[in-house]
Design a protein around this ligand. Sequence first.
Ligand code: ADP
Ligand code: MG
Length: 721
Amino acid sequence: MLTLQSPVDQLIRIKEDTRTALKKLGIHTIEDLLYHFPTRYADESQFVSIQGLTEEVTATVRGTIKKIAAKKSWKSKMPMSEAVIEDVSGSLPVVWFNQPYLAKMLHVGATIELTGKVTMYKDKLALVNPTVREEKTLPIDSHDSLFGTDENAILTPIYAESKGVSSLWFHHAITRALATLETIPDHIPAALLEQYSLPALKTALIWIHGPKTANNATVARKRFAFDEIFSINIARQKERMTIKEHVAYAIDTEGTDTEDFISRFGFPLTGAQTNAIDHILHDLEQDVPMSRLLEGDVGSGKTAVAAVAAYATVMNRPGSKEKKQSFGSLQVAYMAPTEILATQHFESFIELFRHTGISIALITGSGCRKFPSKVASNKDNWTTISRAQLSKWIANGEIPIVIGTHALIQKSLTFKHLALAIIDEQHRFGLNQRKGLAKKDTHFPHLLSMTATPIPRTLALTMYGDLDLSLLDQLPAGRKQVTTVLVTPDKREEVYEKVRAVLKEGRQAYIICPRINSSDKDAEKTIQMKNVMTEAKRLQDVVFPEYRIGILHSKMTKDDKESAMEDFMNHDTDILVATSVVEVGVNVPNATVIIIEGAERFGLSQLHQLRGRVQRSSHQPYCYLFAEAKSERTQERMKLFLQAKNGFELAEYDLQLRGTGELTGTQQWGISDIGMEALRNLKLVEAARQAAIGIISDDPMLEKYPLLGARIKPFEKMHFE
Ligand code: ADP
Ligand code: MG
């Protein structure tokens, strides 16, 4: 008997190229197939047949490209593209003036939708400069209604296809699956479906793949949106409960003079920092492991907060609350995403902890360091040390604070009394990673995870549902606001002169481009978008011949990247031409100006992250935005950017304005399009979260909900290292 878990080829005979295509789409079981939702629905009634076109009307036609080529107009030599498209009723010439690249982007045989005004051109009716929408799929014949023979069914589902499998194939396979499977058990408890008026699983599947009305489709999508957010929340709440069953070192913060430690910072804490520290110290006092996320814009002072937590921890002796040892100290591991950042943290921690006499170590791929040095003549400084020696000292508990990269969580490294793990800019650091750090220790480390990635509240509630949240939504007083200017193309030279003046004063500059090199397949974008390689060369040859220019992009090897950053940090280069890779936590205080090319191509929160790079010194920082698109939308977005108070606000704008595709690192969250869509709806997200909390607090192991337990398996693995 067929079940959801049966492989697709038990349902339907599959040809070899279809098999390959399905594999690529990650479709193996009937369940996978049923969860391959249409990306959209085409409403057949909106298209006009070519035969039916009349002059001066604005119309949308859909057809196949018969011919297409780039040309120069005969008289003015204006570059252009010319095409002929065809539907069942006839064919139609199409011209695009000034857009020769379209001839490269579109190809014969592709199905496209064109919207534009019907005009006479060379004595024939034609579409001139229409907007183009390339169909990723061939539409299903609308008369071949999916379910039953409802005459009104005009919504045809369009699926994401790949070579070898068409929308039509999906249509047949899914129809058969739904007809064959008599019942499809629902993992969402019936009471919840009723409470939120959601359709049962089978109904929702029928509706999403073959809606009779637009409302069918909407209701079905709503069900699957709730379903996904709810399931992720179940997985997160379950993890939260599991972690709370472990024992952590309860840290006595009363007997620790954190006030004194803070008073040496040389600046007063912001209110947000004080709040965060209060929450963290309170968490650390419990023998239940802390799981807290500290979210704060670049420069909001997360390191200082981390340092206080580390200080409170290492001033404590190992042992249980009742019975403390009389020697040794608890340990802290502080993990950063790159060697440069780990080294920077090591250096700031030396300054902050110098007066305490506490030992601090650095461990990265390129070697290890220890502070203070044992050598009397070098006592105020660090010294290099072998990894073997350092490992021994960490294992016997002699070094309380260990800072490092991923080298920190390698199997070979064992802490004696690890009480706190601080994780900087790692998107997820889950149960298994924490277990891995604890090794044989019966205690589980407290976790302080820190991020400057501004994400909307709904995404945080969902993806970080197992963590408590502290926000640093305040920048330290006296921080200079970045002067941000949206530059029109005619002012480009002026901006270069301004940058030159800043460089002359001994400062440095970032120039950010949207692309790495010019070999992109996408002809239009290549023409219009600045790319790192070409731009770096042009800047060196033409604009800033007197300055040293470095480059940085994601395709460089890790070593090349680090050395490019190091050159910039040591001021061996003056200008760094880069893609958005500089986004993540790099600190070069002497860089005070940033130019962002193609600014309209970045999400607002990403622009904000980039701008944060130059807000690190006492010099006035500048951010110049070049935006190519003159559309109203671009203008609107840029205006929001100039006005917004912080990154959180911008992340919300990104979510609402452009959708989740624009959020930093969307793919890495592993949420489907429908799930991402749901994040725009705070009410839905909160309802799903409350529902999940209700179920897990009643039945943490989901013993009463085996189907739900199976459903959340993939979400339990959503952790990143
Ligand atoms: P981030 O949150 O980006 O990690 P950092 O912790 O690196 O920020 O802090 C940025 C800079 O601001 C550091 O030089 C730090 O010493 C300084 N700083 C932190 N908190 C304050 C404060 N309350 N007042 C003034 N300067 C501060
Ligand atoms: Mg930081």
